[in-house]
Ligand binder design. Structure first.
Ligand SMILES: [Zn+2]
Length: 311
């Protein structure tokens, strides 16, 4: 039996930052999340993540720079695998943050950074819902909307590492909604948590949480049904644009909003089949993410570390 190797997978989201500690088989040994502190500089926040991470694994005796720790794989919006920099992340208020270097500095081990949705896709491919799929698109619905593209079993990053920003495909719509990126009528304008809450308010005049929407929908509430139909159609419109370009086997839906569950997937799949080009009708499944559904990109972070080190 060889040595046990470990990796941290970190997911810096607009609201929470998740920390996962893994062995090389993908076993999640410890997990913790902290609020994402957007009021301190990124350097101090990564230092805080490192302190929390090492406190989490104190029972393993893992310390900064430990040789058993293969590395840290971290996901964040707009994180670029190739440059190691987050050029601009409106949901975090970050600009030109050298995130990879910060992780290496504070953890004392090699690190990789990657767009959070890309990383979630890597996690699903290696250990989750995408294990037996060669071509799929992961969609994360949370504070923002992200996409990760697995093509022929590999993550597709685009030529400069900023490909597959599926949250920013255009949605033809009679409404005008500003996106967090400054664009107009992007998928994220409608399907981010904020976008969905805005739709709920427009249709009911009330302020519901996403959880309340889910509960009422499962109880058969008519207004909740109308909202689910509306947001499913908006999402399916965006997925249709992606589907005709890439011909995926499935869309894998993750992120906080995906907790609306399997019946939400069924509605999305129906709408997608109505809208999509005839050549693809009935061929694309809409399924729930498994490892990234509530653990975000942490599995992908660890998976990427173990993969990169094999090279
Ligand atoms: Zn946008």
């Amino acid at each position: 039996m060889g040595d046990v190797h470990y990796a941290f997978g970190i997911d810096i989201g607009g609201t929470n930052t998740k920390i996962g500690f893994f062995d090389q088989n993908g076993t999640l040994l410890a997990f913790h999340h902290i609020p994402t502190d957007k009021n301190i500089p990124a350097n101090l926040f990564v230092e805080k993540i490192a302190q929390e991470s090492f406190a989490l694994v104190s029972s393993y005796g893992i310390k900064k720079g430990d040789h058993r720790l293969n590395g840290v794989g971290a996901g964040a919006p707009m994180a670029n695998f190739y440059t190691g920099v987050v050029s601009e992340a409106p949901n975090l208020g970050w600009k030109n943050v050298p995130l990879k270097n910060l992780f290496t500095e504070h953890f004392g081990v090699p690190s990789v950074i990657e767009n959070d949705a890309n990383l979630a896709a890597v996690g699903e491919k290696r250990w989750g819902a995408g294990k037996n799929l060669s071509d799929f698109i992961l969609i994360t619905l949370g504070t923002g909307v992200g996409a990760g593209l697995i093509m022929r079993n590999k993550l597709y990053r685009g030529h400069d590492g900023l490909g597959a920003e599926g949250g920013h495909v255009l949605i033809p719509h009679e409404k005008k909604r500003l996106c967090s990126c400054g664009g107009m009528n992007h998928l994220e304008s409608f399907l981010s948590a904020k976008g969905i809450k805005q739709t709920i308010h427009e249709l009911t005049g009330e302020d519901w949480t996403i959880e309340k929407l889910g509960t009422l929908y499962h109880e058969g509430n008519q207004r909740a049904k109308t909202i689910i139909n509306t947001i499913s159609e908006e999402l399916a419109t965006g997925l249709t644009s992606m589907a005709v370009m890439f011909g995926p086997e499935a869309f894998v839906i993750g992120g906080g909003v995906s907790k609306l569950g399997d019946s939400f997937n069924t509605v999305i799949e129906e709408k997608l089949n109505q809208l999509v080009h005839f050549s693809l009708k009935g061929k694309i499944k809409v399924i729930s993410a498994t490892v990234s559904s509530d653990k975000g990109a942490v599995f992908g972070g660890a998976a990427l570390i173990f993969e990169e080190l094999k090279k």
